[in-house]
Design a protein around this ligand. Sequence first.
Ligand SMILES: [Zn+2]
Length: 379
Amino acid sequence: MFFKDVVGQEEIKNRLRNSVKEQRVSHAQLFSENEGYGALALAIAYAAYINCPNRTEEDACGVCPSCVKFKKYMHPDLYFVYPTVKAEDKRISKDYFKDWLALLEESDCYCNLADWVEKLNTNNKQTMIYVEEADHILKTMNYKSYESEYKIVIIWLVEKMQHQAAPKLLKILEEPPEKTLFLLITQSQEEILSTIKSRTQGFRLPPIDMESLTADIKSNFGDLPNDKIARIVNLSEGSRSKAYKLIEYDEEEKDYFNMFVKWMRICYLADFQKAITLSEDFSKMGREQQKDFFSYALQLLHFFVQFHSQGASSVKTEEEELSFIEKFSSYIHLQNVAIYAEAFEEAIFHLERNANSTILFTDISAKIMAWIHKEKRGK
Ligand SMILES: [Zn+2]
């Protein structure tokens, strides 16, 4: 992670570069952000910049031995501290380093506590920066740096620090070991002790500007249409992680749409054998996805209602969906949409209570076949 990999945030990058140029790097800095603005990415890029012997005005060189190690997030003078859970043989950050590396790789350093908790698979145990962690920092910081001028400690989500650990951290910040930098990150500034705030230099990250976020999405998802990117950027409020989650969700929706169309076609042909095969596919999806599928189906019904009551132009959805709604509108209409809605809502209700998903899906398929058959006969 170098400055060039951090999306937007040019003003803060400049301030950080200048601090190095003017040799006034503060030994303790606090980056506060909302999820997805890029504080962690920025802190790592800053650390790489400080320790690169061949840095330019703009960025670290990216190729020297120090940069190569920073690229892999594995530099002997770079320490990460983050919330952990207490397990039998694990308690502090270094015990979870492998999971942490995986999180950084997968998220490009744009992540939040929920992503981390999911990775840790904690079984609802509390995630915290425990007092043992502060002891460990104290001990480690007494060694000299291995390779670079500075040892750098990045503390991610410092608001999750256990009460008893705070005085120890404060003591370190007050009497910092020589040539050691502390870069603290918070996604919840109001939870940070004022004593920590007063001992650190603060940076408040703004949302990522729309232009940079758009360019970043384009470079990673080249095949997304421009209007879709614009919609996602608008909804994501300057948060890269939010934008990426929206894209992921959109992809899933596309799959749900294709499945729904396939399902209706099978029901239209009253092909019971194919309905059974599809219900087996359905049963292989995760429970959450199964529920999402029916939520999506409910959303489609809503579009059917709009179509019939206000016309095609009132349906704000993708062209593909709209053309399906048009074609299928003589089978789902204002007089029978309620029975579909009821069936889908009931499906969600039963899935939440661990119903057998194959039986459930086959059962609804049979109902829909009957409803379509009735419409056909009425013509
Ligand atoms: Zn370098």
